[in-house]
Design a protein around this ligand. Structure first.
Ligand SMILES: Cc1cc2nc3c(=O)[nH]c(=O)nc-3n(C[C@H](O)[C@H](O)[C@H](O)COP(=O)(O)OP(=O)(O)OC[C@H]3O[C@@H](n4cnc5c(N)ncnc54)[C@H](O)[C@@H]3O)c2cc1C
Length: 312
């Protein structure tokens, strides 16, 4: 690993981090991406709402293209896990599983991790690939239009997800994960009015049955064309906690309109920030963060390019 101070260390090589790396390197800044290699985008069998890909694009293909685009201009991508982040003068020291880096600025683009329902790992991968299990109704609700859909969840979060999906299909069942549903009277009224079926839990392990996905509930075995877990996410913002960056109660980083966290020199973009968990949003925030980083670094010391011969 380099001993030199890097202009920006980007932690996370998903759509947000890779977009920022592309912009930063095209600003003639030295950028290193530290990536643990488990972007949520890698789980997408085929996304159909990424602008510019009318036939859809597989998540791993998109990530490969974005990485190629950033490295083409000089971004360095290191497959490693960032394990610590601390102040070092005006900048930061980033500890990783392959060594320590020092940086003038850091962008956290570490994303989130969806809580999974009870399902074997192999079945989970197979169900995702076949669209039997889905995590993002904004992304792929269109694909389940007029099919039989189950949502595992309860409370206000489960209700909101079920109501959102009701915009795509008339056949939605909200399944409580742990026992009887925990719904306020108002939530129950909204669910009844929308014609959403309720099934009490505990919900059993998900099973793949031909072209269907099934599970046992208190009401017996139910099967669906697709199931959406609405079990919440773990926000990967731990590295910012040690620096006391401001975050929401569930750990989403709070940023200003230019992706600055409450810690000088620390920026955040993508799912780890409170906002819409979407590729287009992550890409937009990555571009905004990179431009802010460039301009903030220029305030600290003007970024003036040395004279060079004009390219032929
Ligand atoms: C099944 C599924 C389908 C989806 N479909 C769509 C879709 O069709 N359209 C759409 O717009 N969105 C979709 N999404 C959402 C989309 O994947 C995310 O919004 C997007 O990937 C967020 O990008 P990001 O860069 O913020 O985070 P991520 O893509 O999750 O990338 C975060 C990266 O940070 C790395 N990281 C985390 N912590 C560390 C650490 N300590 N050290 C080093 N690296 C670290 C991880 O390894 C990961 O590579 C889908 C999500 C899922 C799960």
């Amino acid at each position: 690993m380099s001993n030199e101070t890097i202009d920006c260390v980007v932690i996370g090589g998903g759509p947000a981090g890779l977009t920022a790396a592309l912009y930063l390197t095209r600003f003639h800044l030295a950028v290193t991406v530290i990536d643990g290699g488990d972007s949520r985008a890698a789980l997408i069998p085929r996304s159909r709402n990424v602008p510019g890909y009318p036939g859809g694009i597989a998540g791993p293909t998109l990530l490969r293209r974005m990485a190629r685009h950033a490295t083409r201009y000089g971004a360095q991508i290191i497959q490693a896990t960032a394990t610590g982040l601390e102040r070092d003068g005006d900048g930061f020291r980033v500890a990783t599983s392959s060594g320590t880096l020092t940086a003038r600025s850091v962008l956290l683009a570490t994303g989130v991790h969806n809580r999974r329902p009870d399902i074997a790992d192999d079945d989970h991968a197979d169900a995702l690939r076949r669209g039997l299990l889905r995590y993002c109704p904004i992304c792929d609700g269109y694909e389940v239009s007029d099919t039989r859909v189950g949502v595992i969840g309860t409370g206000a979060h489960g209700m909101r997800e079920a109501l959102f999906l009701r915009g795509f299909t008339a056949d939605v069942t909200l399944i409580a994960p742990d026992g009887p549903h925990k719904l306020s009277p108002d939530d129950r009224t909204s669910i009844d009015r929308a014609g959403i079926a309720l099934a009490d839990g505990p919900s059993g392990q998900l099973m793949l049955e031909g072209a269907r996905i099934a599970l046992d509930t208190a009401a017996g075995r139910l099967d669906f064309a697709s199931i959406y877990p609405a079990l919440g996410s773990v926000i990967r913002s731990d590295l910012a906690r040690g620096l006391s960056a401001k975050m929401t109660d569930d750990g989403c980083l709070l940023v200003d309109d230019h992706q600055r966290t409450s810690v000088a020199g620390l920026y955040a973009a993508g799912d780890v920030v409170k906002g819409l968990d979407q590729i287009s949003h992550a890409v937009g925030e990555g571009g905004v963060a990179a431009t802010t980083i460039r301009n903030d670094l220029a305030e600290r010391a003007p970024l003036l390019r040395a004279a060079r011969p004009e390219p032929a």
